[in-house]
Design a protein around this ligand. Structure first.
Ligand code: NAD
Ligand code: AHE
Ligand code: ZN
Length: 376
């Protein structure tokens, strides 16, 4: 079949909206009509050329929601008409990683996914001239129709709106999940969130859900203060305006109830900046502070700190997709949204057509959007 897609032809160039060929689902695969897709900072990261795994030409996008149109041989868990969210972290429930119960990082198709290919080593997308176009993160939601492995689809309730739940395909699950699955934040905790964008605000609403007492947001953009407060932030700090080093400032701010050491119980990097990752670790509490790396850093970037920071009990952790097991946890997060336990609507600041998709990247660069969503 033919479908319309925004193709990343070359690193650093705007996406090109065009008709492309899409081959039907092979065994174990599913054809999905994408109804809506968010634009995540990671799409921008790959398009910019900073992603060591970035390949071109490719159809980016990994934060979608849609409807199953057709299934390949052997597919049993979804059928035409089902509403689904694509999963860049699949859940096969059979590989050593899934069976370990220690990680959400299913490894069954990661190698081909990183090469922009389906598990059989081929692409379903091609130009109208027949040249292959690569998949991206196994999802390619910047195409109106896409093919995914069955294990990379979460079946969700049919009454949930596509233009909101697409955000659960990455940002919401990553932010809320980092709090609940990765950090396992407890009632009464203190926390610092660096970067109040599409991910950081979801960390903040996850902290509110978990019952944290003190939720400090850190951002260079003062317009993020009101955004953070909207979702439960209790204190805002702009590092450019405090006139001192951010680490001792935050350590002092978190001294409470007779604790003269200071430091947050949990800190989260949602910037992708390795200097910020170090600040986040070093402002976590001596003896037990946990610092969670969510941001994705460019090729060649490295983190550093004095080993003494770890010797004295701070823990540096990372999280992908908020530690969520997609087919198990994503339908539950959709339920939380539909039951009003978490908010999504106010964070979707811009609705765009596919033809306007590059505007979504411009809004992100200008710091004007939280989430732009393309509706097909
Ligand atoms: P975003 O652009 O919406 O937000 C980033 C925020 O960080 C902005 O508000 C910006 O002003 C702020 N910021 C930038 N530099 C800063 C600094 N030095 N100090 C304080 N604040 C600073 O991006 P997003 O969509 O929220 O994504 C955030 C990061 O998370 C990206 O690196 C993205 O690739 C990554 N990400 C990771 C996962 C995962 O599974 N680990 C999932 C999704 C996104
Ligand atoms: N390809 C990059 C890393 C990109 C990355 O870390 N991706 C996150 C999801 S970001 C979603 O917005 C992730 O899930 N990583 C785990 C994985 O297996 O890719 C690089 O540096 O090579
Ligand atoms: Zn993402």
């Amino acid at each position: 079949m033919r479908t319309r897609a925004a193709v990343a032809v070359q690193a650093g160039k705007p996406l090109e909206v065009m008709e492309v060929n899409l081959a039907g689902p092979r065994p174990g695969e599913v054809l999905v009509e994408i109804k809506a897709t968010g634009i995540c900072h990671t799409d921008e990261f790959t398009l910019s050329g900073a992603d060591p795994e970035g390949l071109f030409p490719a159809i980016l996008g990994h934060e979608g929601a849609g409807v199953v149109l057709d299934i390949g041989a052997g597919v049993t868990s979804v059928k035409p008409g089902d509403h689904v969210i694509p999963l860049y972290t699949p859940e096969c429930r059979e590989c050593p990683s899934c069976l370990s119960r220690k990680t959400n990082l299913c490894t069954s198709i990661r190698a081909t996914q990183g090469q922009g290919l389906m598990p059989d080593g081929t692409s379903r997308f091609s130009t109208l001239d027949g040249d292959p176009i690569l998949h991206y993160m196994g999802c390619s939601t910047f195409a109106n129709h896409t093919v995914l492995p069955e294990i990379a689809l979460a079946k969700v309730r049919p009454d949930a709106p596509f233009d909101k739940i697409c955000y659960i395909g990455c940002g919401v699950t990553t932010g809320v999940g980092a709090v609940i699955h990765t950090a396992k934040v407890e009632i009464g905790a203190t926390a610092v969130v660096f970067g109040l964008g599409g991910i950081g605000l979801n960390v903040i609403q996850g902290l509110r859900l978990a019952g944290a007492d003190m939720i400090i947001g850190v951002d260079l953009n003062n317009s993020k203060k009101a955004w953070g407060e909207r979702f439960g932030m209790t204190h805002f700090v702009n590092p450019a305006e405090i006139g001192e080093d951010i680490v001792p400032y935050l350590v002092n701010l978190t001294k409470r109830r007779g604790d003269t050491i200071g430091g947050a119980d949990y800190t989260f990097d949602c910037t992708g900046n390795v200097k910020v990752m170090r600040q986040a670790l070093e402002c976590s509490h001596r003896g037990w502070g946990q610092s969670i790396v969510i941001g994705v850093a460019p090729a060649g970037a490295e983190i550093s700190t004095r080993p003494f920071q770890l010797v004295t009990g701070r823990v540096w952790k990372g999280t992908a997709f908020g530690g969520a097991r997609g087919r198990t946890d994503v339908p539950k997060i959709v339920d939380w949204y539909m039951e009003g336990k978490i908010e999504i609507d106010p964070m979707i600041t811009h609705l765009l057509t596919l033809d306007e998709i590059n505007k979504g990247f411009d809004l992100m660069h200008a710091g004007e959007s939280i989430r732009s969503v393309v509706v097909y």
